[in-house]
Design a protein. Structure first.
Length: 194
């Protein structure tokens, strides 16, 4: 029986990468178990998906804290610690985290980003890749550090940029790779670190 490391998944939307992680965690030989899905948005569709799967969900709306980002993150941190999660996986969590939270989970917080970092950090990566005339695009899984999308890279997957691509067609191909790469990388990270 494989030891299952408890993880928390942060989402802000539909949670398609969360679903890929849920499916992986359902296998008896996968070394992780999702113990909490947390969102900053009550309308995040992924909360319902996780709830229906029997996973504990929680919404802590950032708007309730005004401009006090650290106060919001202290609540996130408390929820994760209460869940006994040992690792945080950001899966479409659309908030820039403060150094306070990042430092609490240094080396234990992973993010997936839809570009081949260091190219195209931040938002609208598919549009940026097309505008730049990139020949290939993809996704990156990295450790979270204080800088936005600057942490050590754990894995990348590449897709060609095809003639006639628009942001939607390119995003769809990248997303397929995200769903494959995130569980693989999480397994490898846990086996090496935990």
């Amino acid at each position: 029986m494989v030891k299952k490391t408890p993880i928390a998944v942060f989402i802000s939307g539909r949670g398609s990468n969360m679903v890929a992680l849920m499916e992986a965690c359902a296998h008896p030989d996968f070394p992780a178990e999702i113990v909490l899905v947390l969102s900053n948005r009550a309308d995040a569709a992924g909360l319902e998906t996780a709830h229906k799967a029997g996973i504990k969900t929680l919404c802590i709306p950032h708007k309730d804290y005004g401009k006090d980002r650290e106060a919001h993150e202290r609540e996130l941190d408390k929820a994760v610690r209460d869940s006994r999660a040992e690792l945080i996986c950001l899966a479409g969590y659309m908030r820039v985290l403060t150094p306070w939270l990042v430092q609490q989970w240094q080396g234990k917080m992973i993010n997936i980003h839809p570009s081949l970092l260091p190219a195209f950090p931040g938002l609208h990566t598919h549009e940026a890749a097309l505008k730049a005339g990139a020949k290939e695009h993809g996704c990156t899984i990295h450790l979270v550090t204080d800088g936005v999308d600057e942490g050590p890279i754990l894995a990348q997957a590449r897709v060609p940029v095809l003639p006639g691509d628009d942001a939607d067609t390119l995003a769809a191909r990248v997303l397929e790779q995200e769903h494959r790469l995130y569980p693989e990388t999480l397994r490898q990270f846990i086996e090496e670190q935990f």
